[in-house]
Write a protein that binds this ligand. Structure first.
Ligand code: UN1
Length: 514
């Protein structure tokens, strides 16, 4: 494991990075300037990283602000060429980056590669976008006047990312920000600092080749010392954050107090509705990936199954069979489908949720405890299915537990299923399985009375979104949109321009002021 990490870092040429200590010093745990990275798979320390202090934080922010002034002068399509080369760099090093993700957060190889692919995809998307940062023109009400809007670079953008998508979520923000003319200051999760160092170094190395220093910078540290300073920092007009609802509330509060902009992509509590006419084999396969993939640690993970009462038993039989055959183990090994949870706290959260569910009348159908994997003392758990009591009351299912637990509810009437799906605080992703076009359209009703989530899928799972769509959700999910569609607008400022070429001064709204 550590060997793979070292080999990956060496192949990227960053094993000597000043922040990275691959031999963890004996006193590291008592040194506040270091964070230790522990393998979720072996529970052994694999590295320590050097954190920022006030002084290095200040230097980084000043460098990013200075770089912004230069970068914004570069024409957007030329900025796109830099991003194109960055995408190529990620393409070249896809396997090494995936190996770091696997070592550091325990994501299985195939999903880790998929994550880096998202980074490559968003870079491609951003390159195209660099020629399409379109503003509108609009007719002026006055003769001899024209009106248009233009989109301008915003400033250094602050990006806060979570451990679970430690490379792609940064890239969603950073690649768009870069073509928009912004610089990026990234504060990664301290559970995933190595991939942050690697990704940032690769991107910046390419930018430097083009003569642009400090487009991509990193700050690392605890919430108290660095996090709070970061979100309150007026030099960052936008803070884009991915993480828990609790963290997002704090970011939203502090950023709005200084009248900054925040882009919040917070927790989900995603449901799959399976209607009576659904293709159950297809639904079962999609649900297993969405509920169990990434060991239940995606914000898009399916956490609730809302199944029609006429097919629930049949569907559960299929799910149980697959769940029992899913191989849990070393995420770096081929054939493993479920790696470990990220740390011991996550295992406690998993156990707490299961105990609560039992207490609330839920029945554990599959899994329900820790899993042991020969030779590894990491944080392995069993993918778990819990059936709610017949009255569908199971309060714990309203919470997002970052673990592979699927709660099962039943319905008779599709209206009840939609109400149940919407009946939680979060609103990220949702899906329905049905062959009936009318039921699917009801779920997507243009009146807004169907799914209340930012993502609503038909005949596929809640997770695994493509980068081309806007990603994010409503209610406690925070309302932000990242990645595709017109999410780029969050990284620019809009300017409305009216030009008078009539030679006369005429006021709007017919006002006379003479
Ligand atoms: C996240 O979990 O924060 O849709 C992002 C998905 C991935 C992204 C997840 N493309 O599951």
């Amino acid at each position: 494991m550590a060997h793979d990490l070292h080999a990956a870092l060496t192949s990227l040429g960053i094993h000597n990075h000043h922040r990275l200590l691959l031999n963890v010093p004996a006193n590291a745990s008592s040194d506040a300037s270091l964070a230790i990275v522990t393998s979720p798979t072996t529970n052994a320390p694999i590295a320590a990283v050097r954190l920022d202090d006030e002084k290095s934080y200040e230097e980084t922010l000043a460098r990013s602000a200075a770089a912004f002034k230069k970068w914004r002068e570069v024409p957007a399509p030329v900025r796109g060429q830099v991003v194109r080369a960055i995408g190529d760099e990620f393409r070249t090093h896809k396997d090494a980056l995936a190996a770091i993700i696997t070592a550091e957060v325990g994501k299985i190889t195939s999903e880790a590669r998929g994550e880096v692919q998202e980074t490559i995809d968003i870079a491609d998307f951003a390159v195209g976008l660099s020629r399409q940062l379109y503003g509108l023109t609009m007719p002026s009400e006055r003769p001899g006047h024209s009106m248009r809007e233009q989109w301008l670079p915003l400033g250094p953008v602050g990006v806060i990312s979570a451990f679970n998508f430690p490379n792609a979520v940064w890239a969603w923000n950073a690649m768009l920000a870069a073509v928009c003319g912004d610089t990026v200051v990234w504060k990664p999760s301290l559970l995933a600092p190595i991939i942050a160092i690697a990704s940032n170094t690769l991107a910046q190395r390419v930018a430097s080749r083009f003569g642009h220093e400090d487009l991509f910078t990193l700050v690392m540290g605890t919430d108290q010392l660095i996090g709070e300073r970061f979100i309150a920092d007026k030099r960052l007009p936008l803070i884009s954050t991915t993480g828990s609802c609790r963290m997002g509330r704090r970011v939203g509060e502090v950023v709005s107090k200084r009248l900054g902009r925040s882009l919040l992509e917070l927790g989900g509590n995603n449901a799959a509705i399976v209607h009576e006419d659904a293709d159950l084999d297809l639904a079962a396969r999609a649900i297993v990936f969405a509920a169990v993939g990434t060991c239940g640690q995606r914000c898009t993970t399916t956490r609730r199954l809302i199944a029609h009462e006429s097919i629930v038993d049949q569907l559960l039989a299929k799910l149980s069979k697959t769940y029992q055959s899913v191989r849990i183990g070393d995420p770096a090994r081929e054939g493993t489908l479920v790696g470990p949870l990220v740390n011991a706290r996550a295992v406690e959260g998993f156990e707490h949720a299961i105990a609560s569910a039992k207490q609330q009348g839920g029945t554990v159908l599959v899994g329900g405890g820790r899993a042991s994997v020969a030779g590894l003392s990491g944080h392995f758990v069993q993918p778990t299915i819990i059936r709610a009591p017949a009255n569908n009351q199971l309060p714990i299912a309203r919470e997002e537990t970052f673990a592979p637990i699927l709660y099962v509810f039943t319905y008779r009437d599709i209206e009840d299923a939609i109400a149940m799906q919407n009946g939680v605080d979060q609103g990220l992703s949702s899906c329905i399985f049905t062959r009936h076009a009318g039921i699917a359209e009801r779920f997507l009703s243009p009146a807004g009375s169907g799914s209340d989530c930012g993502i609503a899928n038909v005949n596929l799972g809640t997770s695994g979104a493509e980068i081309g769509g806007a990603f994010g959700g409503e209610k406690d999910t925070g309302g932000g949109r990242e990645s595709g569609s017109d999410s780029w607008k969050a990284y620019m400022r809009r300017q409305t321009c009216t030009i008078n070429f009539s030679g006369k001064l005429e006021l709007a709204q017919g006002i006379k002021f003479e």
